[in-house]
Write a protein that binds this ligand. Structure first.
Ligand code: PMP
Length: 400
């Protein structure tokens, strides 16, 4: 808009700073963080008072919803972008554009970090994800493309479309629209994955497919960040780590780090209904064909728990399989009941995957008969605000 352009002109420097500033300006105190990305990580660990007191076990949740982009995925977005810059795949403040296929949280994190680094983003999401996430992406200036929910073998599946869009970006033979721009774009498009807008070729117009599922920068973010933070925050007293898996990055990276520090730490998967990972961990196969639940999850529009559960083995998840000691199934109803319980007892409004993690903590405690102050750590991936439209029916239901 004219007003935004005027603002840009007002603060534009005569001579732009070098792309890679060799001498960053010193901060005046170590209590000041360097931009928005300085807020990522080092999240507090919350003792879940109601559950810990009731069970006689310390249940500790890592407050990842306090990251600036609102979820654990900020760490992953930052690491993927950092690594891509180091490898020369993208260049800050250039015409590079980052593409990602996501059910929402990773897109919001990528859009946040990308903006801070001077990149444009195109995020592909299935059109059944909670409406709040699509709105947040558009508000962050991301180009959003919604596709119908589909299985990974379908080329119109959101991850496949993101990969395709990245590979097409900058190809002059595919020009149908305007050139790339560093001015924020806010295009929300409904797509059948065949229509597209492609920028003209430009020396710097590189498309980068972040690929959270297969990109092991995801694992590294947790092995180098979340894991060591948990270890430090508990003074190394951890009996079990419980986590759901979407890409598998969290459970693989944190789990591997904790096992490296102490091989007795139990790594436990919390898996929602319809995901194939539980069966893979328990029985070595993704799903029982008789149950046919392996294909259900991505087609089920009324699935409540978002972000975890998957029916294929990603590279990040492959790194987790050898270290997972046990797995628990958590139903949608159990996850929502836990989410309401936490609001009522602790004043904590977490998202459905966090609630799923906490329900699995209880199942673990009951199975092992723990009650002597053992420490179980888990991840509070994001806030309930981000899921409200999907859970409001249950909220009304549980309140009556
Ligand atoms: N919770 C939410 C809300 C998520 O979006 C995701 C990632 N899709 C996860 C948990 C799972 O994390 P990971 O991808 O590291 O397995």
């Amino acid at each position: 808009s004219v007003a935004v352009k005027q603002l840009y002109n007002l603060i534009k420097r005569e001579k732009p700073p070098p792309l890679f500033n060799p001498r960053p300006i010193e901060l005046r105190s170590d209590e000041i963080v360097r931009g928005v990305v300085g807020l990522i990580g080092n999240t507090p660990l919350i003792r879940i008072t109601s559950l810990s007191d009731a069970l006689g076990v310390e249940i500790l949740g890592k407050a990842e919803f306090l990251n600036p982009g609102g979820s654990v995925k900020d760490r992953v977005a930052l690491r993927m972008i950092d690594d891509a810059e180091r490898q020369g795949l993208i260049r800050p403040n250039s015409e590079s554009r980052i593409f990602e296929g996501t059910v929402g949280s990773t897109g919001i994190s990528i859009a946040t970090v990308a903006r801070a680094r001077g990149y444009a983003t195109t995020i592909i999401i299935p059109d059944d994800v909670a409406e709040e996430k699509a709105k947040a992406l558009i508000a962050l200036g991301s180009q959003v493309e919604r596709v119908r929910p589909a299985s990974i073998v379908d080329k119109k599946q959101f991850v496949n479309v993101a990969k395709l869009r990245a590979s097409e970006y900058g190809r002059s033979d595919l020009v149908t629209g305007a050139g790339p721009s560093t001015v924020p774009q806010t295009v929300a498009s409904q797509s059948d994955a065949t229509t597209h807008v492609h920028p003209k070729e430009h020396s710097d117009s590189k498309g980068f497919f972040a690929d959270q599922f297969e990109n092991t920068s995801n694992y590294d973010a947790h092995f180098d960040g979340t894991g060591p933070e948990l270890w430090r925050q508990t003074n190394g007293h951890i009996d079990a780590f419980v986590s759901g898996a979407g890409t598998g990055g969290t459970i693989a990276g944190v789990g591997q780090f904790l096992k490296t520090m102490d091989e007795n730490v139990k790594v436990v998967l919390a898996d929602p209904e319809g995901s194939g990972l539980f069966n893979k961990v328990k029985y070595g196969v993704m799903f029982d064909p008789k149950e046919s639940e392996g294909t259900k999850r991505r087609h089920q529009v009324d699935t409540v728990v978002e972000g975890i559960g998957i029916n294929r083995l990603t590279k990040n998840m492959e790194l987790a399989l050898p270290i997972i000691d046990d797995a628990f199934r958590v139903s949608d109803v159990e996850a929502v009941a836990m989410s309401r319980y936490l609001v009522m007892k602790d004043g904590l409004f977490v998202g459905s995957s966090s609630a799923c993690n906490l329900f699995a903590c209880i199942k673990l405690v009951k199975k092992l008969g723990l009650h002597n102050g053992e420490t179980i750590v888990t991840i509070l991936c994001d806030s309930g605000n981000r899921h409200y439209s999907k859970v409001r029916f249950f909220i009304v239901f549980f309140l009556h």
